[in-house]
Design a protein around this ligand. Sequence first.
Ligand code: PLP
Length: 409
Amino acid sequence: MAYDVAAVRAQFPILHPVAADDGTVRPLHYLDNGATAQVPRAVLDAMVAHETTARSNVHRSVHRLAEAATRAYEGARQDIARFIGSQPAQVIFTSGTTAAINLVAHCFGARLRPGDEVLVSVLEHHSNIVPWQMLRERSGIVMKALPATADGRIDLDRLDDLVTDRTRLIALTHAANVTGAVTDVARVVAAARAVGAEVLLDGAQMVPHGPLDVPALGVGFYCFSGHKMFGPNGIGVLWGREDLLADMPPFMGGGEMIAHVTLDRTSYAAPPMRFEAGTPPITPAIGLAAAARWLAGQDLAGAEAHLKQLTALAIDGLSEMEGISVIGPTGTQARMPVISFTMDPLHPHDVAQILDSHGVAVRGGHHCAQPYMDSRDIAGTVRASLALYNDRDDVDALLRGLHEVRALL
Ligand code: PLP
């Protein structure tokens, strides 16, 4: 059966704008999913149901609501574990990908010594660059970066020169947020294993496309954000291999992460609680679990084929327009539906602003990837990032809007 995009769209209230008081309806072609995706009714309902029937703190009180909230929160951990093929004890709730990488930089980083090396790439989001620079300041580690190929992929041919016997961690994006390029994880893991290093993957742009068997990837750490996978914001996940988590000191100190506290010393809880100090984001975790269940229940093979078609349509349309250069792979293999381009001589912000006046929401700028922009000698790109509810109308509106931008010049 053909992929039923209309049935998917129908589940997202925001995609069906209501008329303003004067009767006008502003169209919405939402193509900024790489920044934040929209939320289906099922996720909103799950959060409202929790807030209205079981709101309480978790792991503390013994009353009925507290027990219901604890069950729901730990149930959410189990759902996320199922979504990524893991055990619940390896799922740590954080506030997002950024917090997850900072946690690893602090806690795994605490075991690193001056001269130990962390290898990133020039295509990383700032959240997978700055925490390692901060660790470098604290601990004297050495940071190295893989360059990018001309078509916007991490240049894995350079692994041989850049991985050394001092490499302790290779921290890379699973799918690049500027170019959509998907990283060949098996190659990275093989290079890391050859020198006894670990791999961290930033899955922020990967996980919105469906469940994964994270342990089978062979990496040590994996992280992602709820708001990019049809869940709420303020919640994300760090997955860590059991032996690595067990060996790491805590990130923050406070309630819930302890086994026993005296005024002289504290012993710490086992993972995952060791890394979840304080009241956790309970309702967001419940919303995230609902998003994971919702996503796992979609026609994902159909969505993938549909998004490949839309990506090809968008890239073909862009390639025909004067002054536009696609920044990233121009094919549909090993890439996500994230399409970046420049439009000479305009600044990406100006293009995004004009598109907005046509009801097309894209992002224009450096996308928190300034090192990559510098490496291409550009200020930024316009980025159209698609999700499983986008349809041909959205891509047509983008291309039509760009023709109008060109006409204004
Ligand atoms: N990594 C990638 C690849 C991203 O695209 C983003 C967000 O745009 C992040 C990390 C940071 O995610 P968050 O802001 O949710 O922590």
